[in-house]
Unconditional design. Sequence first.
Length: 555
Amino acid sequence: MTLSPSTPDTSPVQGLHHVTVMAQDPQRNIDFYSQTLGQRLVKVTVNFDDPGTYHLYYGDHTGQPGTIMTHFPWPAAKKGVRGNGEVVATAYSAPRASEAYWRERLTAHGFALKEDLRFGERVLTLEDPDGTWVELVFDDGQPVQPWPASPVPAEHELRGFHSVTAWVGDTQPVRALLVGQLGFGEDSTEEGTEGQRTRFRGSGSGVGLYVDVVARPGQPRGTFGAGSVHHVALRTRNDAEQLAYLQTLTAAGFRPTPVQDRQYFHSIYFREPNGVLFEIATDAPGFPDDEAVEELGKHLKLPAWYEAQRPAIEANAPKIVSREYGVTIGNRDLSAAQDAAPDDLEEAGGVQVYAAGRPLAEARVAMVLLHGRGGTAADILSLSDDLNLSAFAYLAPQAEGNTWYPQSFLAPVAQNQPHLDRALGAVGAVIDALGEQGIGPENVVLGGFSQGACLALEYASRAAAQGRRLGGVVALSGGLITLDQGGDLGGTPVFMGVAPDDAHIPLSRFQASADHLRARGAAVDARVYPGLGHSINKDELDAVRRVMQGVAGLV
């Protein structure tokens, strides 16, 4: 479906709304974007999925869409590695006459510059202090609202976003999304393609109009960490338009999230097939919604649902200084955390453990994900991107030979020994290691797909028999291996999903497993999805996210 201005309640996406990046040191981040690039710190708030983390927004004087760069600073985060499936660079528009000024300014601040010519425009590329590629395109773009207190003279101030660049294995799925679903235009072949780079243009007439896609077939995917772009948000005018996009994207199989209230805009998130995470964000209500323009960035602003926690949030928030006002926000000294090496969990129970999400040194909740037969830890760990809850550390152990035990989960237990006991031991070792990091079992969600789902249910069942309960359990196409365990599950939330005709998980065993867990006190949500096959759908991911939010205290 191609959207057009005549489509009811919708119009083509206008262009870029904001870009969100992971950082490390929040003060270093503030000083680069506000004092080096001259962008105003327009909002200091928290990650709404993780109130222990700042969310810092930079932009023009009022934070107009198309000017906003946002950061989640995690002081102990590992550096990311650029690769396919992500946005790798964000470009600002700058006056053509200011190229010499910016070259001199950035060099004086110690930044190495790469010079390029792209679609006829001069481009300077540098790495911010976390390694994020920031580009300046000298194209005389549309002026934005100048920040009077900017350290950059008005005639040289940056003019909002010009474009973002994504690396992908295949350009066609991005074209199908941007042009086919969101109303972007693709420039003519002569103007819109340079080598492997293709440029797409939003329908607006202001700033932030372009999405560039560089095809890198066969190259590895990126590894998310400090310096990585988490997502790029595209602009839509209002809630009605966003709802129309939610419906059309769902029908097209993109699995967008439900609408999220981000206080200053409303959001839906989804991935295109290469893995790039997009958001569609509304223009309203905007950053001056809860404080005067003259006060933007001066105070820690919290949504209403976190106000009761303000004393604890402020006590644990790292100290930062707003250079515009000279005010200090937060109370936690970061020096000790920055000097300490992050805690990593690379092996447990004799198996390799892969990690994503929040560093263990900073996390308070964790999700352990178990892959299915023939799968890999890296495969199942990619669900962390879909679940998109930054409060969590995500861990995925890798089974030897890509299988946890040799026979069907329905085979007599003896036929799967000693492999089953070793698999259960490996899961237990990961959870024990989390406990040593201060993340107890009650703060762990254990989940899996297929064989991993069966193993997750079995571990949780046996652990409860020993008086050890987890925070939550998730089984995507799985069932219990044994139905003879005892022990009180004490309200443990359990989500289970399956197709009625799944060739690997008989519906009768799925239902018997759910009944057994309920009889032992678990709060079981068991859903049967006709047509699901042996896979995972959006409704399941939404349900998993709700289990996780409950464990993290976010609902």
